[in-house]
Design a protein. Structure first.
Length: 246
């Protein structure tokens, strides 16, 4: 039997639903990288507070430029590389490599306050995962890190143990980090909610490209060229007034 209905009105096949495992993985990843996940990210600005005080960041455009550099040439890219390599080592249960990467990630932080920021969030992430989302093999891999548990290491390790794909973990991680940076900038400049979302939207291709590059990078590709941001992280400690811990 033929029909005269236009092609765009003919019912299309429904997309396949997520499997139970895929749905669980997405649920966990969204929970862990949500602003509501209690790792204390709202307390830190990654040196953005100093950049606002110094006049480097004064509006949405300068915040976008600053964050784009942090993502592509600074701590963003480096942390993404650590997420990728930890995820692979944990997936392979390669404890020796995992320990070496965890130690390198902890040593790679350029300032005292940034070390406090990433180490505090890493420990909180692990403790909450242990309490609410424990999984076979998690304790052993945590122990293999020998206490070196900065935030990207924690995210990569827990995601791998729960068999969440690296690509989803990577892009979720970058979205969480970028959103927190924008939130800090919005409170400090200050910016309205619409401008904050415009910055997040404008950074979307940067986030995606940086995540893709980080997944393809070796540890030899690690390196930062955002010296002004690093200096901001160091000078923040002696700012006269502060809202944030970094």
């Amino acid at each position: 039997m033929t029909t005269s209905r236009p092609a765009d009105l003919v019912p299309q096949a429904e997309p396949a639903a997520l499997s139970a495992d895929e749905g669980a993985a997405l649920y966990r990843l969204m929970t862990w990288l949500s602003p509501a996940f209690p790792v204390g990210a709202f307390s830190y600005s990654s040196g953005i507070e100093w950049a606002v005080e110094a006049g480097d960041i004064v509006d949405a455009a300068t915040l976008q430029d600053w964050l784009s550099s942090m993502l592509t040439d600074g701590s963003g890219f480096c942390d993404g590389v650590f997420v990728a390599h930890v995820h692979r080592a944990a997936s392979d249960r390669d404890e020796k490599t995992l320990r070496e990467i965890a130690e390198l990630a902890a040593a790679f932080v350029p300032s005292k306050e940034r070390q406090l920021e990433t180490a505090s969030q890493g420990r909180a992430f692990i403790e909450i995962a242990r309490s609410a989302w424990n999984h076979d093999g998690l304790e052993r891999l945590i122990a293999a890190c020998d206490g070196a548990m900065v935030y990207p290491v924690a995210v990569g390790l827990v995601s791998a143990v729960h068999k969440i794909p690296l690509s989803a973990t990577m892009h979720g991680f970058f979205h969480a980090v970028t959103s927190n940076w924008i939130s800090a900038g919005a409170r400090l400049v200050p910016l309205g909610q619409t401008d904050s979302q415009r910055v997040l939207a404008a950074l979307e291709p940067v986030v995606v490209a940086t995540g893709t590059r980080a997944m393809a990078a070796s540890l030899d590709d690690l390196g930062s060229a955002t010296f002004r941001s690093d200096i901001g992280g160091m000078r923040h400690e002696t700012q006269y007034t502060r809202l944030f811990r970094s």
